[in-house]
Design a protein around this ligand. Structure first.
Ligand SMILES: [Zn+2]
Length: 431
C-alpha cells in the first residue's frame, strides 16, 4: 500500500488558536466536550439483501492523537448481495484514503465531503470490474464529535431528531418516481424512464430507467444498467448543538411503511437499542414484512447530562428550536449563543449534484501535496496511471469541454465521461 500523502512542509510547533480557545472554553465550563454515543440495531430479512456497518473508535491520525470518530452505514442490495457486501468491506477505506494525513480535526471534516464522493466512485469502479450484476444503496454516516456527515445513494434514509422533537431528513431519495431532477438527468444522459409495460400496453409499477429497469437513479454497482445510474452521493454535514440528537438510519423497508415523524415518535425518549426495535415493530405493524428491514438508531448526547436542562427554559422561544441554522460562507465558525442553547442545528455543507465537475472543484488539499499528481478519485499516482497522464486543465473530454477540476487518471476520466452520457458503457467494461 502506498504511504498516505502528507501536506508539504512541516507544521510550525505552535498551538492552534482553536485549541487555545477550546481550552479557555473548557475552563469556563462552556465547552460541551466530546458527546456520548450510544446505538442500537434491529432488522428483519425477507430476501437477505440488507447489510449494515457499525464502526466505533475510528482513528483520524496514525498516532491516535485526535479524538476518535464513528461510522454507521446501511446497504440495501438488489439483484443479489455481492454489491452490498463489497461496498460494506471497501467503501470506508476508500473514503478515508482520499483524505490527506496530518490535517487538523477541522480540516479533516472539511475534506470529508469530497473524500466521500471519491470513495463512492472508486468503490463503484472496482465493483464493476468484477462484472457482477447486483447493486446497492448506501447511507454512510460519520459522527465526529458533534458533527454528523451523511453520504447517500439510493433510498435508504437518515433522519435527525434534534432537541424539541424537530425531525429533519439528512438524505435525498434517489428514486425516479419521486425525483424530477434525477429523471431529467438520466434522460439527458441517454437513459429512458418509463414504467414496466405488460402485454396489452398496460403500464404498471414505479418509474424505472431503461435499459436495466432500476427504480433508483443512483447506486453502487448495477453494471448491467446504464452508467447514468451514478454512484455520486448526496452529502450533508451538520453540527448539532450541545444538546445532541438522535439519528435513525434505515432501509426502505422502514420508510415505505412509516414517515420520518412516525419513526421518531415511535421510539422517543427510549434507549437506542430498544428504539431500533420499536421502529422496526412500527413499520411491521403498518405494512407487515414486505421487504428487508434494517434500522440503526444512534444517540449523540452530552457526556455530562447535568450541564443541560432536559426541558427548554421558560424564557426561551420554542420556535427557535425549529431553526435549521445555515452558516453563510466566510462567516465566523461559531454559533450565536442564543441559538446554540436551544438545539438549533448548524448546516455546514450540502451538495447533491451528480456532476463530478461540481463535486471535485475544491482542489485546495491536493495543492498542498508537493509529490506526483494523484488521481482525486482513486488516489493512483500519475506514474501509476494506465496511460500517459494528462494534467488538470489540459484534458479534453469527448465533447471537447475542458475539465478544470483536479487531476484524474485515465480510468476515472473515462468513468466521469460515461456517467455524463458522453461514452457508451461498453467501452468501460473493456478496460
Ligand atoms: Zn483514478
Amino acid at each position: 500500500m502506498r504511504p498516505p500523502r502528507e501536506p508539504s512542509g512541516m507544521r510550525p510547533p505552535l498551538v492552534p488558536l482553536a485549541t487555545l480557545i477550546g481550552e479557555e472554553l473548557r475552563k469556563n465550563g462552556k465547552d460541551p466536550g466530546e458527546p456520548l454515543i450510544t446505538y442500537g440495531h434491529s432488522g428483519l430479512a425477507k430476501r437477505g439483501e440488507d447489510y449494515f456497518l457499525i464502526k466505533r473508535d475510528c482513528q483520524r491520525s496514525l498516532d491516535g492523537s485526535s479524538p476518535a470518530f464513528s461510522v454507521f452505514a446501511v446497504f440495501d442490495g438488489h439483484n443479489g448481495v455481492s454489491a452490498a457486501v463489497f461496498t460494506k468491506e471497501h467503501l470506508l477505506d476508500h473514503v478515508l484514503s482520499a483524505i490527506p494525513q496530518g490535517l487538523s480535526r477541522e480540516e479533516w471534516l472539511q475534506a470529508l465531503p469530497q473524500a466521500l464522493v471519491a470513495g463512492f466512485v472508486k468503490t463503484d469502479i472496482e465493483f464493476q470490474r468484477k462484472g457482477e450484476a447486483s447493486g446497492t444503496t448506501v447511507t454512510l454516516v460519520v459522527v465526529d464529535g458533534w458533527t454528523v456527515t451523511v453520504a447517500s445513494v439510493g433510498d435508504s434514509r437518515c433522519i435527525l431528531e434534534s432537541q424539541g422533537g424537530v425531525v429533519s431528513l439528512l438524505t435525498v431519495d434517489h428514486r425516479l418516481e419521486e425525483n424530477v431532477e434525477e429523471r431529467e438527468r438520466v434522460t439527458a444522459s441517454g437513459g429512458e424512464v418509463g414504467r414496466l409495460n405488460l402485454c396489452g400496453g398496460q403500464e404498471v409499477g414505479p418509474l424505472r430507467c431503461w435499459p436495466g429497469g432500476l427504480c433508483l437513479s443512483r447506486s453502487i454497482g448495477d453494471t448491467d444498467v446504464g452508467e447514468f445510474i451514478v454512484p455520486i452521493p448526496h452529502v450533508k454535514q451538520v453540527k448539532l448543538s450541545s444538546s445532541g440528537g438522535r439519528l435513525i438510519i434505515a432501509s426502505d423497508g422502514i420508510w415505505d411503511a412509516v414517515s420520518s415523524e412516525m419513526a421518531a415518535k415511535s421510539c422517543r425518549g427510549l434507549p437506542a437499542e430498544l428504539a431500533a426495535k420499536l421502529v422496526v415493530k412500527e413499520a411491521l405493524r403498518t405494512t407487515g414484512l414486505k421487504d428487508d428491514t434494517t434500522c440503526l438508531v444512534v444517540d449523540i448526547t452530552p457526556s455530562d447530562h447535568s450541564v443541560l436542562p432536559t426541558t427548554p427554559k421558560k424564557n426561551q422561544n420554542n420556535l427557535r428550536s425549529l431553526i435549521f441554522w445555515k452558516k453563510s460562507q466566510g462567516s465566523v465558525n461559531k454559533l450565536p449563543d442564543k441559538l446554540s442553547s436551544v438545539g438549533a442545528v448548524e448546516e455546514l455543507f450540502e451538495e447533491g449534484s451528480a456532476m463530478l465537475a461540481e463535486r471535485l472543484k475544491n482542489d485546495s488539499l491536493s495543492k498542498m501535496d508537493s509529490g506526483p499528481l494523484r488521481c482525486a478519485i482513486c488516489q493512483a499516482d500519475q506514474d501509476q496511471a494506465e496511460d500517459s497522464p494528462i494534467k488538470s486543465g489540459v484534458y479534453l473530454s469527448p465533447s471537447s469541454k475542458q475539465w478544470d477540476g483536479p487531476f484524474l487518471c485515465s480510468v476515472c476520466r473515462k468513468k466521469k465521461d460515461a456517467m455524463e452520457g458522453r461514452r457508451p458503457r461498453k467501452s468501460l467494461v473493456m478496460i
